[in-house]
Write a protein that binds this ligand. Structure first.
Ligand SMILES: C[S@@+](CC[C@H](N)C(=O)[O-])C[C@H]1O[C@@H](n2cnc3c(N)ncnc32)[C@H](O)[C@@H]1O
Length: 277
């Protein structure tokens, strides 16, 4: 859901980050949506970080109509993630792990966001390790300091490790474990762009082509699973490319009730399995 960021852009971005850009928590800004000493504000900007690619911000607002707190990550005017709708992010984690063979599974999630996909992976049976690859350091910091709805749940889980880096560069390069070049995983589950044909940065386009998907497959153990989140309905052209790169590929529609419109909404989880031998 976020544009692919060119290598080096993050480093530049962080240089632009004012030391006081993370605002200290106030007494009524408690992690996990808990109430503190004071009244909860209707709107709070919990972090703001100017970057050359736009302002990254984390905010919490109270939705009066639904009577719930909503947490949002924004880059400029683009919504990267909201706590309002998490069904398909959770489904990516659950379906991806469920499709794996065996146990003691080693999983990679690309794109940390508010952490719902990673949380679903860790809640699934048989997961031994989870590596979450996230490009923006502030997003990792939010999980480490616990200012998100799930607090430090991910950071506290000894199976979970955050790696700051460009998922796409790692997928097509030396892999997702900087300490072990070429390490293979049972599943790689990605939620970064809006959809395979709706990229916020065209530089990630090659990843979604057959050659890019074949390169990603090299990070998987025999029979390993690639999962991809999409905001849209099934795209037959992408599914066809996925089927060309993998011996088995399928798509799972995820439909949920949109409380804002009162109507069902469908997103998609693509799944593919590498050759078993
Ligand atoms: C839509 S959010 C992920 C939402 C997540 N599935 C959840 O459950 O909250 C996309 C995330 O991908 C990150 N991201 C963007 N470009 C990336 C890249 N090239 N490599 C790794 N992470 C990236 C963003 O900073 C953001 O945290």
């Amino acid at each position: 859901m976020l544009p692919l960021l060119a290598a080096g852009v993050l480093d530049d971005a962080l240089k632009f980050r004012a030391p006081d850009s993370i605002r200290p928590l106030k007494t009524n800004q408690m992690p996990g949506g808990q109430k503190g000493n004071g009244m909860r504000k209707m709107f709070e900007e919990l972090d703001y970080c100017p970057t050359p690619i736009g302002a990254l911000s984390l905010r919490r607002r109270h939705d009066l109509r639904l009577g719930v707190d909503v947490w949002e990550i924004m880059l400029g005017q683009d919504f990267l993630m909201t706590s309002h709708f998490t069904a398909s992010e959770v489904a990516l984690g659950r379906l991806g792990v469920a499709a794996c063979d065996g146990d003691a599974l080693d999983i990679v999630v690309g794109g940390l966001g508010l952490g719902y996909t990673a949380q679903a992976v860790l809640a699934a049976p048989g997961v031994a390790t989870l590596r979450v690859v996230e490009y923006l350091a502030p997003v990792i910091e939010w999980h480490e300091t616990g200012i998100l709805p799930m607090g430090t749940q991910l950071a506290d889980d000894p199976r979970c490790q955050f790696t700051q880096g460009d998922f796409f560069a790692m997928a097509t390069g030396t892999g997702f474990d900087p300490a072990h070049s070429g390490r293979r995983f049972d599943a790689v589950l990605a939620d970064i762009d809006h959809a395979p044909d709706h990229l916020l940065d065209d530089r990630s386009d090659s990843f979604y082509r057959v050659e890019g998907l074949r390169a990603l497959k090299r990070n998987l153990k025999p029979g390993g699973i690639f999962g991809l989140w999409s905001d849209k309905l099934i795209d037959d052209r992408f599914l066809s490319r996925l089927s060309e790169a993998f011996p088995q590929a399928w798509a799972e529609p995820v439909t949920f009730d949109n409380p804002l419109t009162g109507r069902p909404f469908t997103q998609t989880v693509y799944l593919a399995r590498a050759e078993r031998a």
